[in-house]
Design a protein around this ligand. Structure first.
Ligand code: MN
Length: 230
């Protein structure tokens, strides 16, 4: 089942439960925090992205790094006003409240979920409004991918190489550490994790090769298109 479908299904199932518990036409509560926050399941098998991203990388990256951020967030928000917020709200609020430890862990939790949801075995090609936007802003798909590789390669140190929509145009956002477009109002469309833990077992120091392979073989362009048109 594609990631978005799975997520929608979970959301619908939760809403249904709330309605049933409320006994009828009571409006469903807005999506609120579900503390303790739980790491979403991977939308594919651990070995499905191999050989670009090996099962060994996914086991550590999803099972240790990503999981660890959820553990940290749950410990940090327990008993605080943050516990009533969604993860995305925590990211925005902690960014403005000078709470870097919570921001880093919450943003990493959200960023990784967004990252996994944007991948799929086999990749494919952009279609529809996304393909049109790429042609409009980059002339063609090859030029777009090469620009993405240049941005991801140029990001110094650990971080995230984002594709965003900014004022109606596609743009790149090179964000260090736990950086996210959620704090700048830009719409996130796709992200490639360029922390070394994302690629070092499989590509060692060859970040550009890894990014190119992800773009060519693992991006779920249907998800990216749906994020653009949502
Ligand atoms: Mn990571």
């Amino acid at each position: 089942m594609p990631a978005l479908s799975r997520r929608h299904f979970v959301a619908l199932a939760s809403a249904g439960t709330a309605l049933a518990a409320g006994g009828g036409l009571i409006p469903a509560a807005p999506a609120r925090a579900e503390t303790p926050f739980r790491q979403p399941p991977l939308p594919f098998a651990e070995d499905a992205l191999s050989p670009v991203i090996s099962a060994a990388t996914v086991q550590v990256h999803y099972g240790k790094h990503h999981a660890g951020y959820f553990t940290q967030v749950n410990q940090l928000v327990a008993g605080t006003p943050y516990a009533a917020m969604t993860l995305e709200e925590i990211v925005r609020a902690s960014a403005t409240q000078s709470d870097p430890r919570l921001f880093n862990n919450a943003a990493q939790a959200v960023n990784h979920s967004f990252y996994w949801d944007g991948l799929r075995p086999g990749g494919g090609a952009p279609s529809g409004a996304l393909a049109a936007a790429i042609e409009r802003d980059f002339s063609n798909l090859a030029a777009f991918k090469e620009a993405y590789v240049v941005h991801a390669s140029g990001l110094f140190g650990s971080g995230w190489s984002w594709l965003v929509e900014d004022n109606g145009k596609l743009a790149f956002l090179d964000a260090g550490n736990a950086g996210t477009p959620l704090t700048s109002g830009k719409r996130p469309l796709l992200v490639i994790d360029v922390w070394e833990h994302a690629y070092y077992l499989d590509y060692q120091n060859r970040r550009a090769d890894h990014v190119r392979a992800v773009l060519d073989r693992l991006v779920n362009w249907d998800v990216v298109r749906d994020r653009l048109t949502a």
